[in-house]
Design a protein around this ligand. Structure first.
Ligand SMILES: [Fe+2]
Ligand SMILES: [Fe+2]
Length: 246
């Protein structure tokens, strides 16, 4: 017998923040910001590129600052976090600081289900790259498909238990929020495959990063609100993070 999804609690406020790019020599770069966020939101969603080059020491600096954040923290990694080949170490350091990585587990927090993956590139809509021709192109497209499958599995599981779902990504699921970047690089900033997956579930909001010069808000094809939380993108509240209630 299938369970009926239920909404458990009232609205919660989620802070979305991406592209921190913590560097080796940073000294408490985000301690004050995390403290502020902890006072204004119920959950912090980190949208990848948490470190600049994926070095363990960069993750240690971030982990130290995260101690100032008194609310649950969920996260996905970004492409920069994988640059040095120490992605697992970066993840472990942040896990020990209390961060939940959404490609490992899909938790419910205050009745809201959180699913997330890094995502991948490939482009948008009718211009999205297809797995045709060279093996290298097929591998590239398969990476995007695998990320979308992973997200679908998490959403499918969560949707049995709650009708309030939130998605956290690094790459964008819609072309809307990469607008502002040079059009030549749009295909490297996200993939509609992520948006198509999201649109099959009762997702209330999507947070992503990666497009530093993109647009703050957009929607998937079916109208799910999408927030580009990359740190340099101007937000409506004048702060470096998005604040969204679901
Ligand atoms: Fe970034
Ligand atoms: Fe990135």
């Amino acid at each position: 017998m299938s369970q009926t999804p239920v909404t458990v609690a009232g609205p919660i406020t989620i802070a979305g923040l991406g592209d921190l790019h913590v560097a080796d020599r940073s000294v408490h770069p985000y301690r004050d910001l995390f403290q502020e966020i902890g006072e204004r939101a119920d959950v912090l969603a980190l949208c990848g590129d948490l470190t600049n080059l994926g070095r363990p020491h960069e993750a240690e600096i971030l982990a130290e600052d995260l101690r100032a954040c008194r609310i649950p923290v969920v996260a996905v990694l970004g492409n920069h976090d994988l640059e040095s080949g120490h992605g697992d170490e970066v993840r472990n350091i942040l896990c020990q600081a209390g961060v939940t990585f959404l490609d490992d587990e899909a938790p419910q927090i205050h009745g809201v289900g959180f699913a997330g993956v890094k995502g991948f590139a490939g482009g948008f809509g009718a211009r999205m790259l297809s797995p045709f021709g060279e093996d290298a192109i097929k591998h590239f497209v398969n990476e995007a498909v695998a990320e979308a499958f992973h997200l679908e599995n998490a959403l499918h599981t969560l949707a049995q238990e709650t009708d309030r779902l939130v998605v956290v990504l690094h790459y964008s699921p819609t072309v809307d929020t990469v607008a502002g970047e040079p059009p030549e690089i749009w295909p490297f900033l996200g993939s509609s495959r992520l948006g198509e997956t999201i649109d099959r579930f009762p997702v209330k909001a999507v947070f992503h990063g990666h497009a530093h010069h993109g647009t703050f808000t957009g929607r998937t094809q079916s109208g799910v609100p999408v927030y580009n939380c990359a740190l340099p993108v101007p937000k409506e509240n004048g702060r470096p993070y998005a604040l969204v209630s679901v």
